[in-house]
Design a protein around this ligand. Structure first.
Ligand code: SAH
Length: 376
């Protein structure tokens, strides 16, 4: 049985963790050991990204969805849900408010809603880009031509979570589609030059430490520039009602290990984590996270974007949310970033991809004076 110390020793010189080591870390039960793991992730975050926390403003512009994901409250089969669509003008006006409040990134998220054509969303992106901010789109699986148009319109990033790397489980949870297909979309998005965001849910029924380890390894091999890691929260109007939710402690372990394997990726302390526990986001920021996503959906719609129940931030005005986030960040002795917070493969304008993808020299190993060992 490897010890946390032995795993860490090896990690600081190689930058790597084996599947077996990840499983071992996920299975840490002892509170003291768990706390040490989260602390190490916090240290890796600080050494690689410093103390800045990036705020992203998210606008959930439609809760219509053609998909029927078994876990999701806005799935097509949920007939009880009141559906809404924001008009392009409303979306752009909401983005303008976000920009006026100082947000440097606007995230446009929705169900997979084909009411909005490729050109319609491209127009929205163009209007938001004119305001001088970074734009992340998270509108699900679309034809490649839409992704091309949106990128041409200026979209910087795309967020499409793979949810689980267990193909059988993925296929069960997502009727009519497959993990292969999801991964193909992710490859397309990377090819088109998007900063790539993906991620998983923690605590899905049928998930095991081994499949969670595979999730983390997949995030690493996709070279994600952003990974959203949140607990699964059962929704009463879905087939997964009554199953157990993901726990805060397992989610924090997954987040911490993801930080070790992806030292420079943007990792949010997710809203879902903040929904499972009032201190969830603080805990996430102390376990490797460096991003907070704040919900700027107009209040009249916000409670209807109910992907899971009891979502945090459901009634708080944007200005208040931002003030609370700033307070949290300052209370940790950290600062709100004033930059765009681009992905590590895209942060310089004339980025040399081969250099950017090389792992940064390992600080702790260098500090021990053994920098030439184990790095080839
Ligand atoms: N249609 C878009 C956006 C989906 S909603 C897409 O497919 O990418 C955004 C995220 O909410 C999903 O990727 C999923 O990880 C999360 N989510 C959905 N239902 C959830 C639940 N019951 N518990 C926790 N997270 C959930």
């Amino acid at each position: 049985m490897p010890s946390l110390d032995a795993i860490w020793e090896n990690y600081i010189c190689t930058g790597e963790l084996s599947r077996e080591e990840i499983v071992h870390l996920l299975e840490l039960e002892d509170n003291g050991e768990q706390a040490r793991l989260l602390n190490l992730a916090d240290r890796v975050r600080r050494e690689n990204l410093g103390d800045e926390v990036h705020l992203r403003g998210i606008i959930e512009f439609s809760n219509y969805c053609v998909r029927d994901c078994l876990y999701c409250g806005i799935r097509r089969s949920n007939r009880k849900l009141v559906r809404y669509r924001m008009t392009p003008d409303e979306i752009v006006a909401t983005a303008a408010q976000a920009v006026a409040m100082g947000f440097k990134t606007v995230v446009l998220q929705s169900g997979d809603d084909f009411y909005y054509t490729g050109p319609m969303i491209a127009e929205i992106i163009r209007a938001v880009k004119e305001m001088g901010v970074a734009v992340t789109v998270s509108a699900g699986e679309r034809p490649r031509t839409d992704y091309v148009q949106w990128r041409e319109a200026g979209a910087d990033r795309y967020l499409l979570k793979f949810e689980t790397s267990d193909a059988a489980l993925y296929n069960r949870l997502h009727p009519g589609t497959s993990l292969d297909r999801r991964l193909r979309y992710l490859r397309d998005l990377r090819e088109l030059g998007y900063q790539l965001g993906s991620g998983n849910m923690v605590g899905l029924p049928g998930q095991t430490p081994a499949t969670l380890a595979d999730d983390i390894l997949l995030m690493g091999s996709l070279q994600l520039e952003m990974a959203g890691i949140g607990p699964f929260l059962p929704h009463p109007a879905t087939p997964l009602q009554g199953t157990d939710p993901g726990t805060m402690s397992m989610t924090l372990k997954v987040l911490a290990i993801a930080r070790l394997l992806m030292p420079r990726a943007h990792l949010p302390a997710t809203t879902a984590l903040g929904s499972v526990n009032v201190d969830g986001r603080r805990a996430g920021l102390l376990a490797g996270a460096n991003v907070l996503m704040l919900n700027l959906t107009p209040l009249e719609y916000r409670s209807l974007y109910e992907i899971y129940p009891a979502k945090a931030e459901i009634r708080t005005e944007p200005a208040r949310l931002k003030a609370e986030a700033e307070e949290l960040i300052h209370s940790l002795g950290r600062q709100v970033s004033t930059g765009y917070g681009h992905g590590y493969l895209h942060e310089a304008t004339n980025v040399n991809l081969s250099l950017a993808t090389e792992k940064p020299p390992h600080w702790a190993c260098l500090a021990r004076g053994s920098g030439s060992e184990g790095r080839g």
